[in-house]
Design a protein around this ligand. Structure first.
Ligand SMILES: NC(=O)c1ccc[n+]([C@@H]2O[C@H](COP(=O)([O-])OP(=O)(O)OC[C@H]3O[C@@H](n4cnc5c(N)ncnc54)[C@H](OP(=O)(O)O)[C@@H]3O)[C@@H](O)[C@H]2O)c1
Length: 421
């Protein structure tokens, strides 16, 4: 399939895979007064004079962004700076970011520990963040598939979403349906729900009634797994770390559709094994090939280490374990006996790799599906906490945003932190 811009029959348009963009803008030191000439907007641009909502009407000339010039601890290397917005051209759009989450991968990327490395330019370096939703506020005259007011997400990782504004080409964006989709749901759709969607569909041909087990069940991915599984008729066993307010977490995950919520400590008790067996009894699987009983067919591992080992012990014959996260930063160890005698399969999954290796139409179908599920109330917003993004730059604002990034990288956060612009 051509990767150039095209019109699709669906509400969603998927465009080319944009490679990590380099901006040749000048960063303005915090102490400097802003002295940027107004951006020249070509007369051909249909922009800034429409009534497309907040943000439209005035051509911005610069934007605030959380940037870094070298890898390191985010709270050490991130800087809040004002960056000139490149002028609109006939083949570009200007967007205003609405919301952008702080994901674990964003932290890893700034630390230099993520496979996708940003391109550092000579002035401000790179902009943090990989996910977020923006509103088109101006479109050049050659732009055919986007208009002012549309909601868009970056087509690729690495663009830098912790900023208020940006200039994109059409091919660097995916347009999202807006109806019934909140800006938080849109800002967090492309990583976690897509990962949950693919992992539930691509490894085992699950049938309604089948049982999936996962650790890190309160993560953004885990919350999406619970809800998609519920909507598709699968049962979930959800493992979380114990905490003082465990009842609140249990109630939250149950309200999303979790069938069983257990702590890491409970994972190896006979009571838990019995509960899981009972849950799987109605499974379509005859996984225990000798006894003909139901069993757990699929496991998702967000944590690694002992937690993953314990998940493996609960799997049935011919089951699959998919590892997508490594939150404990400890390696995987598989018990040999079930690995051999139950014919277990282990896989890794990375959404960015899947996106790069699959036809755009598949991604389009997935995003349309997910937006439909959001609109129907089957997929709720991740539990999130608002961090107001900087309205301007200054040391106080910088410290506030850096503190939020630092907190987001800690365990037991309780919610995903989302910058709201
Ligand atoms: N492979 C992919 O394509 C892909 C896609 C999306 C996400 N991921 C990965 O999946 C993981 C979760 O991402 P997310 O965005 O869903 O995260 P999130 O919403 O920020 O949640 C973080 C999760 O990690 C748990 N956690 C934090 N520190 C931990 C530790 N030391 N030991 C065990 N658990 C710990 C948290 O549980 P507590 O409440 O107990 O702290 C929570 O469940 C990350 O590793 C991320 O990089 C991978």
């Amino acid at each position: 399939m051509s990767r150039s811009a095209r019109t699709l029959p669906s509400t969603l348009r998927i465009h080319a895979l944009a490679r990590h963009l380099t901006h040749h803008n000048l960063a303005i030191p915090l102490a400097s007064p802003l002295a940027i000439p107004a951006a020249a907007i070509p007369s051909s641009a249909h922009a800034y004079s429409t009534n497309a909502g907040a943000g439209a009407g005035v051509a911005p000339t610069s934007y605030a962004a959380l940037t870094y010039k070298q890898f390191g601890n985010p709270t050490d290397v991130l800087r809040l700076v004002q960056v000139p917005l490149p002028p609109l051209t006939s083949s570009t759009v200007h967007v205003r970011f609405l919301a952008s989450p702080i994901n674990p991968a964003d932290i890893n990327q700034i630390q230099g520990a993520y496979p996708i490395k940003p391109t550092f330019n000579d002035t401000f370096g790179a902009i943090g963040g990989n996910e977020g939703v923006a509103e088109v506020i101006a479109a050049g005259s050659d732009i055919k598939g986007l208009k002012v007011g549309d909601w868009v997400i970056p087509e690729d990782s690495g663009f830098g979403t912790w900023r208020t504004h940006a200039r994109f080409t059409e091919a660097e964006l995916i347009k999202l349906p807006k109806e019934g989709v909140s800006k938080i749901a849109a800002a967090t759709i492309s990583v976690n729900p897509c990962t949950a969607y693919r992992m539930l569909k691509d490894f085992v041909d699950l049938k309604p009634g089948d049982v999936v087990i996962q650790n890190g069940a309160n993560s953004g991915v885990g919350q999406a797994v619970i809800q998609l599984a519920k909507a598709w008729g699968f049962k979930t066993v959800n493992v979380v770390r114990d905490r003082p307010n465990i009842d609140d977490l249990r109630a939250h995950l149950t309200s999303l559709g979790a069938d069983l919520v257990i702590t890491e400590q409970d994972l190896r008790t006979p009571e838990t094994a019995a509960k899981i067996k009972a849950l799987a009894a109605t499974s379509n699987d005859d996984g225990d090939y000798k006894k003909g009983g139901g069993s757990v067919k699929l496991a998702f591992n967000c944590v690694g280490g002992q937690s993953a080992t314990n998940l493996v012990r609960l799997l049935g014959h011919d089951a699959h374990l998919v590892t997508y996260g490594a939150m404990s930063r400890t390696p995987l160890t598989f018990p040999t006996s079930p690995f051999i005698f139950k014919n277990l399969s282990c896989h890794g999954f990375w959404m960015a790799r899947w996106n790069a290796r699959h036809d755009n139409s598949l991604r389009e179908r997935m995003l349309v599906d997910l937006c439909g599920m959001i609109a129907k109330g089957q997929l709720r917003e991740v539990r999130w906490g608002k961090v107001g993004f900087a309205k301007g730059v200054g040391k106080e604002e910088e410290s506030r945003l850096l503190a939020a990034v630092g907190k987001a990288g800690e365990g037991f956060a309780g919610e995903k932190k989302v910058f709201v612009m």
